[in-house]
Write a protein that binds this ligand. Structure first.
Ligand SMILES: O=C(O)C(=O)C[C@]1(C(=O)O)C=C[C@@H](O)C=C1
Length: 98
């Protein structure tokens, strides 16, 4: 029984590694998006795009049998963090050019 638990926990750790790598990969795109939006003169916040993402996540949650509320909460955190990273990046680059 204990061994089985250890085996499952190993699998959970491996999944957590993958999730974290993917979060880092998603976060790493913030700079590029911020740069392009800045050059286009459009705001960081894009409610239409967010609606598209949340609709897609709801659909994916249904397909994969994941609780929708959990899926949406996770993506709200990721998107809010992405916006914070974009703001931080633009602030830093603007300070550099002062
Ligand atoms: O796609 C964009 O325009 C982004 O800035 C990325 C992102 C996201 O994290 O997915 C972040 C902020 C926007 O409001 C919409 C989506």
């Amino acid at each position: 029984m204990r061994e089985k638990l250890e085996e499952i926990r190993k699998k959970i750790d491996e999944i957590d590694n993958k999730i974290l790598k993917l979060i880092a990969e998603r976060n790493s795109l913030a700079k590029d998006v911020a740069e392009i939006k800045n050059q286009l003169g459009i705001p960081i916040n894009d409610p239409d795009r967010e609606k598209y993402i949340y609709d897609r996540i709801r659909k994916l949650c249904k397909e994969h049998n994941v609780d929708e509320n959990i899926g949406i909460k996770i993506f709200q955190i990721l998107i809010e963090h992405n916006k914070a990273l974009q703001r931080k990046y633009l602030e830093e680059t603007q300070n550099k050019n002062k």
